[in-house]
Design a protein around this ligand. Structure first.
Ligand code: FAS
Ligand code: PHB
Length: 391
């Protein structure tokens, strides 16, 4: 089998890249190790930057997003028993859209099926070969049969634990990492959200986040020690702890109910440099991870695809290497700004086990400064809604 671009992974990065390349007439094959149902079963991101919405418009997969997505003009910070609204729209004239990653993935999968472009689910034992030359190969097993895919480029969109980054010689790669000493215990419930916008809470017992997927489906998170197990948290225990971390009005408005999903996600900041190795390009979580506090993970994946899709289209249509040669440097400039913001928001909103009294006073002062300074709020707002791609 032969294609122009082999894409490893059918998460948001792989599916969005596949759709944009297909629309540009560039043949591509997506290889996904899991089933479609398994991929759709993962509950992840919820907030889309305007740049991501624009990409989904460009890909022709945003009809349902515009029907069902919730436009949010701002978000609230809760600390000291009070809530403080950061009004993105008033501060910098931009908004975010709440629309679950599961739905983005579903829309992209449906578009892939409608286009007839090839996607292989449950592709086992994927391996990458000869990407340092001009004729890379990808091997995989499907239904017990070994397959070989000849291609011109490989896009490693296979997430943090994928095979692509692991295939790069370790001396060709430099990694940067910070692992946080806590995780996020998240639940999904078919209950109306506690507020019409997100609430990020900094409490002495730990961080909490009130988010949503629709007007009838809520998503809540609690900072928890890494030693915790989701199965040790009954719904009742989760709701009681959430109430202890929120302000009085939120507690009064909170509608509890049975969880339909409950899981704990670890938090880390991670970047691999560079993102290009010959004919292999890394994109999305395969290249970087952010703590979800700044709602950047999915949006950074879309950002990488913005640059990579343009670079590959330019290669094939204008016969120039300029875009692919500039890909890594362009991506990393935006990646590191998102890493900084995600680290800053995580440091601001969480309780770190080894922070001393001075550290707590600094955190309080940072929060007090943020909610009392328009300039500080503008800085937060422009990062939260997403910095421009800066082509
Ligand atoms: P993904 O990990 O989504 O997709 C990679 C795909 O590659 C997967 O389908 C995987 O099965 C496949 N794959 C892996 N290895 C393979 C192989 N060897 N062969 C073939 N296929 C392979 N971001 C936010 O903004 N907000 C959040 O609240 C949030 N919560 C998260 C919770 C969890 C538990 C995790 C893990 C991440 C969360 N994220 C969140 C980040 C998340 O949304 C990612 O940024 C986003 O999924 C990135 O998309 P991709 O780069 O496509 O990677
Ligand atoms: C979510 O709804 O899953 C979500 C929203 C905002 C975040 C993180 C997660 O910062």
């Amino acid at each position: 089998m032969r294609t122009q671009v082999a894409i490893i992974g059918a998460g948001p990065a792989g599916l969005l890249l596949g759709q944009l390349l297909h629309k540009a007439g560039i043949d591509n094959v997506i290889l996904e190790q899991r089933s479609r149902e398994y991929v759709l079963g993962r509950i992840r991101a919820g907030v889309l930057e305007q740049g991501t919405v624009d990409m989904l418009d460009e890909a022709g997969v945003s009809a349902r997003l515009h029907q069902e997505g919730l436009i949010h003009d701002g978000a609230e910070l809760c600390f000291g028993g009070a809530r403080h609204r950061i009004n993105f729209k008033e501060l910098i004239g931009k908004t975010v859209t709440v629309y679950g990653q599961t739905e983005v993935t579903r829309d992209l999968m449906d578009a892939r099926d409608a286009s007839g472009a090839k996607i292989v689910y449950e592709a086992e034992s994927v391996s990458l070969h000869d990407f340092d030359g001009k004729s890379p190969k990808v091997r995989y097993r499907k239904n017990g049969e070994w397959q070989e895919l000849d291609c011109e480029f490989v896009a490693g969109c296979d997430g943090f634990h994928g095979v692509s980054r692991q295939s790069v010689p370790q001396n060709a790669l430099r990694t940067f990492e910070r692992v946080y000493p806590f995780g996020w215990l998240g639940i999904l419930s078919d209950t109306p959200p506690v507020s019409h916008e997100l609430i990020y809470a900094n409490h002495e017992r730990g961080f909490a986040l009130c988010s949503m997927r629709s007007a009838s489906r809520s998503r809540y998170y609690l900072q928890c020690p890494l030693t915790e197990k989701a199965e040790d948290w009954s719904d009742a225990r989760f709701w009681e702890e959430l109430k202890r971390r929120l302000d009085g009005e939120a507690v009064a408005n909170l509608v509890t109910g049975p969880s339909i999903e409950k899981s704990i996600a670890p938090l880390r900041s991670f970047v691999a440099e560079p993102l290009r190795f010959g004919r292999l390009f890394l994109a999305g979580d395969a290249a970087h991870i952010v703590p979800p506090t700044g709602a950047k993970g999915l949006n950074l994946a879309a950002s990488d695809v913005h640059y990579l899709s343009r670079a590959l289209i330019e290669f094939y249509t204008e016969k120039t290497n300029a875009g692919i040669d500039a890909y890594s440097e362009k991506c990393l400039r935006r990646i590191w700004k998102a890493e900084r913001f995600s680290w800053w928001m995580t440091s601001l909103m969480h309780r770190f086990p080894n922070t001393d009294d001075f550290g707590h006073k600094i955190q309080e002062a940072e929060l007090d400064y943020l909610v009392s300074s328009r300039a500080a709020q503008i800085v937060m707002a422009e990062n939260y809604v997403g910095l421009p791609f800066g082509d």
